[in-house]
Structures are given as C-alpha cells and as structure tokens.
Write a protein that binds this ligand. Sequence first.
Ligand code: C2E
Ligand code: MG
Ligand code: MG
Ligand code: MG
Length: 282
Amino acid sequence: HAKNCGKNNAKLYSSALTTQIMSHVKLEVGLRRALQHNELYLQYQPQIDVKSAQIVGVEALVRWRHPEHGIIPPNDFIPLAEETGLIVPIGEWVLRTACLQARAWQQESRRAVRVAVNLSARQFKDENLAQTVLAVLHETGLDPRLLELELTEGTLMDDARATLTTLEQLRAIGIWLSIDDFGTGYSSMNYLKRFDVRALKIDKSFICGLPQDSENAAITRAIIAMAHGLKMAVVAEGVETGEQLALLEQYGCDMAQGYLLGRPQSIDAIARMLAGAQPVLR
Ligand code: C2E
Ligand code: MG
Ligand code: MG
Ligand code: MG
C-alpha cells in the first residue's frame, strides 16, 4: 500500500487548526504565561539500541497543556516561541527539567539513560548557551555524557564563526551533539568533519516507505555508511514497523526511535521500561 509519509501535511494541518481557534496575539500572551503557570510539560520517547533491543536513551519533547484549548503540539508553538525569543526561557526550562528527570531515572534504575534535548537555532545563538548548560548540569548532578543536544543542519550552517565557538564550548563540557532531521536541510560535509558530531538522526521522511521505497532505502544506507565512515552513530527516526526495523538492522543502523518502539510518553511509563529486565522488543 502507498504509505502516507505526511510529515508536512500533519504539520500544516495542526498549525491551521490552532490558528483557527486562536489568534497569534492570544497565542503569544498565553505562551508568556505558560511557563509561570506550569502549563508546559515533557514527554519522553525511548531510543533503542538496534542490536540489543535495550533502551539507551530518551528524547524530551515539549507539550503545552492549554487551559482552554487542550494539548498543543510543539510544531504549533515552537515557531512563535522562536520568533518572540520566548524559546530561550522555555528551552532552559526544558533542559533543566529533562536533566533533572534523567538523573532521577538513573538513580532509580541504576541504568545510565541518555536524555536528548532539542535546541532551536535561536537558542544556539544565545551567547550564554554553554554557561546555561554547565549550570544546569551542575545543579542537577547529571553526568555530561548523559546529555545530548539535538541541532538541525540549518542551525549549524547559520553563522560559521559563532557556531564554531559555541560548539567548542559545548564539546569542552563533554555533552553529545547530534544532528536532527538529517537529510532535510542544507549541510556541508565539511561541517560534519569539523564539528565532532556524535550522531546523525535520519529524518523520518526517509524511514517512512521502507522497505518498499528503493530511493529512501538508498539514501538511508548512504547516510549510515557516511556516518560510520566519520565515526558517528546513526539514529533512525519514525520507525513504525517491524519490517523497517529489520531492514535498519541489516543496514547496520545503531539506534532507532519511533512508534513501534515507544510513543512519546510519561515519566512513569519510561520508569517502567527502565525497570523491565526484558529487552523492549523481540
Ligand atoms: P523532532 O525533534 O524531529 O522530534 C520527533 C517528532 O516525531 C516528535 O514530534 C515525535 O512525536 C514524532 N515521532 C516519533 N516517532 C514517530 C513515528 O514513528 N512516526 C511519526 N509519524 N512521528 C513520530 P513532536 O513531539 O510533535 O515534536 C515535533 C518537533 O517539535 C520536534 O521534532 C522538534 O523539532 C520540536 N520540539 C519538540 N520539543 C522541543 C523542545 O523542547 N525544544 C525545541 N526547540 N523544539 C522542540
Ligand atoms: Mg529531535
Ligand atoms: Mg527529527
Ligand atoms: Mg526537528
């Protein structure tokens, strides 16, 4: 069957829906209050090691529980948060909350669980970013090797010199950097060489349609080969079927994330996964 790889459709649809029910101004006023009123919360999606089928990390994904409009997905308010600069305090809250949670899971489960946090371009431009990250790690006691920041290609390509400085500061702290939605943006292979990126996350638009879609299969294999050649790990996003996972395993993909392996979910659900001795799948 023709699979609906409708990432962009979904995005357009849900943005249209939110703007239908509230104006931009209202959205902005509401977002300003959301942080103070504890309306933001995180869900966590498991990342699975393909070979062992064990959970090795989680990605923190923010949601907004709006008092009137219910749950608003990040694609409907992150762009506005970026435009208004609100992403800086929101991003700091996400970082602190995720690090605190990762530390708590680590203590409960005695397993090292890496937490991945999405960083928008606007946050990356903040010259205090490295200081903020360092302060949050210090406050929460999380091992820097258990924190991963996800950047997009666009963020890295933005302003070469400032980017290099920030990346060097982050590298000195010892956290992981990965490139999100890889293959959908503009990137120069030079950047991959220079930036000490530890993982590429293959965008779900390439995973969707596997194994039938031979073009997506070729792109996926090529990204994996390139990443491994550069000593980077690979995470496949949007894995929804066992067939996709089997193919990714055959291609040597290191990690996988997607509805098949776990939806974005609550703290307790992740704690249960961590407590389970059994591998997540098989
Ligand atoms: P992303 O970082 O690429 O996150 C992956 C998105 O794909 C998530 O959507 C996740 O729920 C969804 N997803 C996971 N597995 C599957 C699957 O098997 N199939 C399909 N179709 N989708 C899957 P979500 O949570 O709506 O987040 C959307 C985007 O919003 C994220 O994309 C990220 O760019 C942004 N975002 C989320 N949280 C934050 C945050 O705290 N800060 C910033 N700056 N951006 C965030
Ligand atoms: Mg991400
Ligand atoms: Mg992504
Ligand atoms: Mg993204």
